[in-house]
Design a protein. Sequence first.
Length: 696
Amino acid sequence: MFSQGKPMTNDERYALLRSVGKECIQENELRDLIENKPNICCYDGFEPSGHMHIAQGVFKALNVNKCTACGCKFVFWVADWFALMNDKLGGNIDNIRAVGKYFVEVWKAAGMDMDHVEFLCASEEITKHAESYWGQVLDIGRRNTISRIKKCCTIMGKGEGTLTCAQILYPLMQCTDIFFLRTDICQLGVDQRKVNMLAREYCDLIGKKHKPVILSHHMLSGLKQGQAKMSKSDPESAIFVEDSVEDVERKVRQAYCPRVAQKTADITEDGSPREDDNTNPVLDYYQCIIFSRPDATTTIGGHTFTTYKGLEDAFLNGNISEEQLKDSLAREINILLDPIRQHFQNDANARELLTQVRSIGRGSNKTATAPPPPKTVSRPHACIWMPTVVRLTLDSANSIIDAVNIFLQEHKDGTVSLIIPEWSAFASDHIIGNDKDIQAMMTYNVELIKAYGLPSAVKVVREKEFILANSNDFWVTTINVGRKNLLTHVEELYGGLNNAGQVIAALMRVATVVLLEATHIINLPCDGKLSVLSEKFTNGSVQSIQAPEGGIPLLSGPLTAADSSLQRQRQQQLNSDSLIFLDDDEMGIRRKIKRAYSAPNEAWNPVIAIASRILTQYGSLNISRVEGNGGDVSYATVDALKADCGSGALHPADLKAVVGNQLPKLMTSVSTALATPQLKNLAQVLKKVENKLNKK
């Protein structure tokens, strides 16, 4: 932190650091950092995506050196997984990583202050710290609507209708990067403005006092008329660090160069630069590159200029010709690029990397590399997801157990995994957004359904543990699923999205199916149409099975057409007399059955439905009545039971009495489990959860 051999004052540090950004949010926060934080961390991320233009190479090196001169540490996030999400270089991860190494070699040669710069590979660091990183990605997703995240996607140059699900994951991860790297200053281009603002908004959502400062640098304009920024797809629109002396001279001489006073353009909401025929790219290069160097001067036509303003005025006044202006710029740029050319010519490692990058550029980026096909599995294996509810209903438990038994009967060598979707539930903001509460809720319901009769052959897979044990493979698979599915398709499958986290949860479900090498998915009513994603991703090698109904409709009576869309919401209501829960006690069950809707001649009759299930399980149903009411009767078939109910031979009150007595006996094993210390403790946790929900 020295200026001309003397320690820099805080005012000098602020001025130099502020000069990096076209925009600063907020300037008072930047000044506070300089005055009060000893180790300021600046961050930028880059997708390795082919050849590097001068803005990425020289301009970035100049800005980084300004930051480090002020005493900052600069962290570069080598965003290999991000390039994969955006289908860069055909989605070939090896090529992406090779180009990342090439970028680092360019910056070394360009004079970047490597003593105060750290390069971190996104895939490696994320895998090392998977639990904290992905937990925050999911938290950001659940707290933001899909509309808010779409606004960030202009950074990928994609229209709304063409967005893939991977490109929704992208800004959620980019926002997470800022916190993961403990960033004080986001030093990216103004085109990244929306996602950086997302990070500041997230601070408000979680009550974080110190927000990252956004110091956004200018986007260098393209060399052609009306080009708001450079384009790698148009080689003549920019100077590239590998350009020869002759290439630079040709491009500069052809550059658009109106003799018009340059104005600072207003920054758009998303940071994207606007096209403007008055923008002079030659002057833009002078201002942002030539005069960004420390103590910069340039000599044109015998005149030495020490400031950009002096040079622009001389050009506007006619004291410098266009030819002189361009010749000088070409000379200055070639001086800056010469060390890079020399490095890639003389350093064996750099030379080999450049050869590899050129080879990649000629072929691998033409078409996207398809994700690897799923493995062929011979042994039948089914996945079924535990519903994400605070209290599991008896109907859902019956549906799960019946579906599993049917599958195992039809596939004698088959296996079943019951997925406990803690992270998916968290991402989707189901019930509650507290990870510990979700863990407690899931554990409680799993132990209850195991006690109720879940076959012992079923393997319980806790999603979070499974992911963390296979973190790299899981998230690469998730990204590949996202690459193959448009956001609009997932929105249709859900029937609308409440938050962005639901998109990630849908992709995670497919990754789980693939890595568990499943052949079948057992769908519960609450799963909707999400299994379609797995079927398509595996080219039909995974089949969907619809679980049977659990046989216990709502006790309150049939749903009307207006009510039907609210069925899942009603099933999640706590302490509802319309539902039998697995953890209901005997008194509670009897009370609910006594009050249950039971019209004998209507198809919707929950009491008959429950009685039918009891009869099927025990082989008969015995009803005790006084002689005046017909005396005792025993039913051996469901048809006979329903016939007497319909004719009036069996009164609803008599049926309710036997169901109220027999149903708790079916659930005796559950009552025993509820008396254990583990479930007693979990029950207390869930009471607190219920109180939280009741306050919403």
